[in-house]
Ligand binder design. Structure first.
Ligand code: SAM
Length: 225
């Protein structure tokens, strides 16, 4: 079976499991080639629903988690999105496919921050190869500080586990009505995925499900040990 067929099969199974429901997310998952964001030695597992190692002891999340987080954010064409934790660049490209690709009338864009320079460079290469680089800016730095240069954002996606409290700069850089999707909790054990919606100076916090992510390291994250 070729990659495209495997991709379709994975999307069907995520639909059957009730994880994929939004047409725009389904279309993006059918379009973005996950295998192109993976190191060669794990490309065969691109459409197994599992996290995979991508170097620097980091992982690309399992596809069901990418799908779930995109649906929580309710991404729309034209959204300005901040992602913390670029990793392979796959999730940023999924977001770009929804908010920006193939639509010259909207100015949707993804800003994504990665603390490991080598991963950021590989992600840039992956995005160039797949054509998503036009819609994505990769920044090397500490994403717990957000990226104030382009704030405020319609949506913020954090793909590493934060301690509590959630990094204040990320909440501050959210637009009125904006959504932040973030895993948070203890470093090695239980974490929960949260959807945080801004209403003026109030932040409504919905707990979605238990999760397990690599740690968010930085000023408002965990320390580097
Ligand atoms: N979204 C990625 C993808 O599609 O491949 C997967 C991200 S991986 C689960 C989490 C990433 O967050 C790692 O690459 C890690 O280096 C990065 N990270 C951790 N703390 C960070 C921080 N403070 N700022 C930026 N990136 C950070």
């Amino acid at each position: 079976m070729n990659y495209e067929e495997k991709r379709k099969q994975l999307v069907e199974s995520l639909k059957e499991r009730g994880i994929l429901t939004q047409e725009k997310v389904i279309n993006a998952m059918l379009k973005v080639p996950r295998e192109q964001f993976l190191p060669e030695n794990v490309q065969d597992s691109a459409y197994v629903d599992t996290p995979l190692l991508i170097g620097s002891e980091q992982t690309i999340s399992a596809p069901h988690m990418n799908a779930m987080m995109c649906e929580i954010l309710n991404l729309k064409k034209g959204d300005k999105v901040l992602e913390v934790g670029t990793g392979s660049g796959y999730h940023a490209s999924l977001c770009a496919e929804i908010v920006a690709a193939n639509n010259s009338k909207t100015s949707g864009h993804i800003y994504t921050i990665e603390r490991h320079e080598d991963l950021a460079e590989k992600a840039r290469e992956n995005m160039r190869r797949t054509g998503y680089d036009k819609y994505i800016t990769v920044i090397v730095g500490d994403g717990t500080l957000g990226y104030p240069q382009e704030a405020p954002y319609d949506k913020i996606l954090v793909t590493a586990a934060s301690p509590m409290p959630i990094p204040p700069p990320l909440k501050q850089q959210l637009k009125e009505g904006g959504i932040l999707c973030i895993p948070a909790g203890s470093r090695r054990y239980t974490q929960n995925l949260y959807k945080i919606t801004r209403k003026g100076d109030q932040f409504k916090k919905d707990k979605i499900t238990g999760v397990r992510f690599v740690s968010l390291i930085g000023k408002y994250g965990f320390d580097d040990s």
